[in-house]
Ligand binder design. Structure first.
Ligand code: GFB
Length: 308
């Protein structure tokens, strides 16, 4: 990308899109196109086509998606599969029709099989059954990967796909029903510290997850847009995981909560372990920078700033 290249960041108000937009601006890219949901409904075929016809972006970061934690995925499976498929189909097809030079599609680590060996290598895609709590979302994301590869093969486009691990950071969703674990626990521990009530953590606490600070992901996406042209998907993570119980301990320390922690085993655990093998991106020359404690502190600080 040149500093003056026309770059469309789809989903710039979301956790990932806003971090990518911020990174591009910091790096001096000065011809960025954005649209709010009200200005452009990415699930509307005509609107998406008209947008690409008018703006003709050279580069596209496809960070728009319907996302949520384990409960949201199990409660709204239709919304997850419909919205994600629709966004991908129209954006990827119009990127081809209107000559986009390169598109970066954001997938998810939940595309890998439920029982995949850990850490999960890129080649484990489609080698086993998926985790049922997020199968519709995973199927949509796998379709996005396959669409990028199919367009590259048939039409010679340059559409790459990246698979981020579980993300967190400023701008995350803190709604207790729909959020992911890290932001949910920040809110729960913060509120429990104020109320003196115990904290309820879902599941057994034994599942292990890898957490990547969203600004690191944004940096990796801009890095790959500039230096990776390939058919293969690329994992983006830290290569380190911790149990949900350890995460709860970590967050309680940062927040200064010393009360009781209850594990609600009536809630699903989801995948027992979900750790990405990051050999491929590391060998391209990128590594995650932000350690978990520092990332939690920054995210908590941001959360507190929204409470005033
Ligand atoms: O973050 P999370 O919802 O995503 O849950 P997944 C991770 C683990 O934390 C699960 C536990 O074992 C949860 O049961 N957990 C404990 C909690 N307390 C809480 C809480 O208060 N809220 C939440 N949300 N979890 C999602 C997928 O799976 O990960 C998506 O459903 C997506 O498709 C995303 O891929 C990255 O890692 O289980």
């Amino acid at each position: 990308m040149e500093k003056e290249s026309k770059i469309y960041v789809a989903g710039h108000r979301g956790l990932v899109g806003s971090a990518i937009l911020h990174n591009l601006q910091e790096e001096g890219y000065n011809n960025i196109v954005i649209r709010t949901h009200r200005e452009l409904d990415l699930c509307n075929q005509q609107e998406v086509r008209a947008f690409f016809e008018k703006e003709r972006p050279e580069y596209v970061f496809l960070a728009a998606a319907k996302v949520g934690g384990i409960l949201a995925n199990s409660t709204y499976p239709a919304d997850f599969i419909y919205n994600n498929l629709a966004i991908q189909i129209y954006a990827i097809h119009n990127a081809y029709l209107y000559g986009v030079k390169k598109l970066l599609f954001l997938g998810s680590s939940c595309i890998y099989p439920k029982f995949a060996p850990q850490p999960m290598k890129e080649e484990y895609l489609l080698t086993g059954i998926l985790e049922p709590t997020n199968e519709p979302y995973a199927i949509a994301k796998i379709s996005g990967i396959k669409m990028c590869q199919a367009y590259n093969r048939q039409y010679g486009t340059n559409f790459i796909s990246v698979m981020p691990t579980n993300l967190y950071g400023p701008g995350d969703n803190f709604d207790l029903e729909t959020s992911h674990v890290l932001s949910a626990l920040i809110r729960k521990f913060h509120e429990a510290k104020l109320s003196g009530q115990p904290v309820t953590v879902w599941g057994t606490g034994t599942p292990r997850r890898e957490f990547l600070y969203v600004n690191d992901l944004a940096e990796a996406c801009v890095f790959l847009m500039n230096c990776y042209d390939g058919e293969d998907i690329i994992n983006i993570g830290t290569g380190l995981d911790i149990s949900i119980k350890e995460l709860a301990g970590f967050i309680s320390e940062v927040i200064g909560y010393r009360g009781e922690i209850i594990f609600d085993t009536g809630k699903p655990d989801g995948m027992q372990r979900k750790l990405l093998d990051v050999t491929r991106i590391n060998s391209l020359g990128w590594k995650a920078k932000t350690d978990l404690r520092e990332g939690i502190e920054k995210t908590y600080k941001w959360y507190l700033s929204t409470q005033k």
